[in-house]
Design a protein around this ligand. Structure first.
Ligand code: URP
Ligand code: ZN
Ligand code: ZN
Length: 526
């Protein structure tokens, strides 16, 4: 047979099966054959997997890169009474400052851009990312926003990529006239909304407006579910008591904050009969609301992230301020029972996907995590000014493989399902997420287990532009040996060997998972 590449002798895993002593034949970037002892014509490239696991390339559908909000120094914090909110709603924000792929001042840039973020992705076995094109509150059209992010990403990406759009201002013009263009012209079939963060949050009425149009167009709505008023009230009252150390970020957002908003938005989605994905779920209480809705056959999907599976809130208690490194929203939880509920939710299918929520800010940077130290003279600063979010695009797949599969917590098939197959299905990436004829040849070849020397992670080993990892010191019992995208090796034995610009923009189809049911709660119909 006429292959360009044959990967030999692997233990090939899909979301349903495992085949030992299996070969994969690739032609023109596509998998064309899977089976034992494939014949190889002279000139074809061969890679010997030496019996090691081969899994589909990771598909990470929650990654923040070059986001204007980050560029504007971290709107992802709750310091709403500071000027930043005013700047966002009142003053012109020029998207062009971040366009054409040119980062104005790389040293001063606080987060990851398309080049550094996707370089990090491939080094951790991720072959496709879906990042965010983020509307600003004042924007009255999302088309220039999408165009701006295209300019940022074009020619800059090491892996394939697509966009979700963050909606902060769902005007009738946008949801009625521009959503269809977003789907048809740009191949974007998902939007994210926020129920918290003053510069971004939507009221329930606006959420219904958005869902109404999303349902008609087969768009999946991603929801950041936290109760904004509880957070504001708690923050104010904690500050009055000088309880502002980074770990009080968690005190201000106990699990009920997430659970209430999760339940509320599930009710709105049931009313509107539309599919939603609850993103970055952190606690057992919210997990139960999602599980109960799924038991009632509602098209409610759940996402969790490695930080909620592998870390606990003690990570925010380190030092006077070092805990800021682990400040993200929802917060990493105090209670082991929440972590256990998250693992149970991964195993029992409540969580459709595990994403990184890679949303980093440098630690040693005045507009990064250090912003939390800028107000007052407390050595431990103020948690509400710390930019929220963590780096994790490179560690997601290896953490789930080593800490999930090799530790016996999840099966290899479940690992593939939540890190690759389901994200691809949920977001309409039809050629991604499996190892079968017709799929893109996006593969991760692991090390043969017997030869692998376990190591403890340090930030220097990673390929992002961030000066720390929240997973520092964790032991890894394996790591991707090769990452292959559309038949080309882009990462090999610790080195990124792919080129910036190889990554292609992917237009997405509608979700391949169940959608509206045509079941209504009253006589009203859309
Ligand atoms: O803390 C987080 N997760 N920051 C990133 C923005 C978001 O809410 O996804
Ligand atoms: Zn979020
Ligand atoms: Zn996020």
């Amino acid at each position: 047979m006429d292959f360009d590449l044959v990967v030999r002798n692997g233990t090939v895993v899909t979301a349903s099966d495992i085949w030992e002593s299996c070969d994969i034949g690739v032609k023109d970037g596509t998998i064309v054959a899977v089976g034992p002892r494939l014949p190889v014509a002279p000139g074809a490239q061969e890679i010997d997997a030496e019996g090691a696991f081969i899994t589909p390339g990771g598909v990470d559908c929650h990654v923040h890169l070059s986001q204007a909000n980050h560029f504007l120094h971290s709107l992802f914090s709750d310091s709403y009474h500071e000027q930043i909110y005013e700047a966002t709603v009142g003053v012109d924000i020029d998207h062009s400052v971040i366009t054409n792929g040119v980062v104005p001042d790389r040293e001063n840039y606080v987060s990851d851009t398309y080049d550094t973020g996707t370089r990090s992705a491939v080094a951790g076995g991720t072959t496709t990312v879906v990042t965010f094109a983020s509307q600003m509150k004042k924007d009255e059209s999302i088309i220039p926003v999408i165009e701006d992010y295209h300019k940022l990403a074009k020619g800059q990406s090491y892996c394939d990529y697509s966009f979700h759009v963050i909606i902060t201002n769902p005007t009738p013009q946008i949801v009625e006239n521009e959503f269809p263009r977003m789907v048809d012209e740009y191949g974007i079939t998902s939007v994210k909304l926020f129920m918290t963060y003053k510069p971004m949050k939507l009221q329930d009425y606006q959420i219904l407006d958005l869902m109404y149009s999303a349902r008609k167009l087969g768009i999946t709505t991603m929801v950041h579910a936290e109760n904004a008023d509880i957070i504001d009230w708690m923050t104010q009252h904690l500050e009055e008591k000088l309880m502002t150390h980074p770990h009080h970020h968690g005190t201000s957002r106990p699990p009920i904050v997430e659970a209430e908003a999760t339940n509320r938005v599930i009710c709105l989605a049931e009313l509107m009969d539309t599919p939603i994905l609850l993103v970055h779920i952190s606690g057992g209480h919210a997990t139960k609301h999602i599980r109960d809705a799924q038991t009632r056959l509602l098209p409610i999907y759940g996402e969790t992230c490695p930080q909620y599976m592998f870390l606990l809130a003690d990570s925010m208690r380190k030092g006077d301020f070092e805990g800021a490194k682990c400040v993200c929203s929802p917060p990493i939880r105090e209670d082991k029972s929440d972590q256990d509920a998250i693992w149970a939710g991964v195993k029992n299918g409540t969580f459709t996907i595990v994403s990184s929520d890679h949303a980093p800010s440098k630690y040693n940077h005045p507009n990064g995590k250090q912003r939390g130290l800028q107000h007052g003279n407390l050595p431990y600063g103020k948690f509400h000014s710390i930019p929220n979010g963590l780096p994790g695009v490179e560690t997601r797949v290896p953490l789930l493989f080593a800490g999930g599969v090799l530790s016996g917590r999840i099966s290899p098939q479940k690992f593939v399902e939540v890190t690759s197959t389901n994200p691809a299905k949920l977001y309409g990436l039809k050629k991604k997420g499996s190892i079968a004829p017709g799929f893109d040849a996006d593969l991760v070849i692991w090390y043969p287990q017997a030869n692998f020397q376990p190591f403890n992670l340090t930030n220097e080993m990673l390929h992002h532009a961030i000066d720390y990892t929240p997973f520092e010191g964790i032991e890894f019992k394996n790591w991707p040996r090769y990452t292959i995208i559309r038949g080309k090796v882009v990462f090999s034995h610790g080195e990124v060997v792919g080129e910036m610009g190889y990554g292609q923009y992917i237009r997405r189809e509608k979700s391949l998972l169940p959608g509206p049911r045509d079941v209504w709660l009253s006589e009203w119909r859309p």
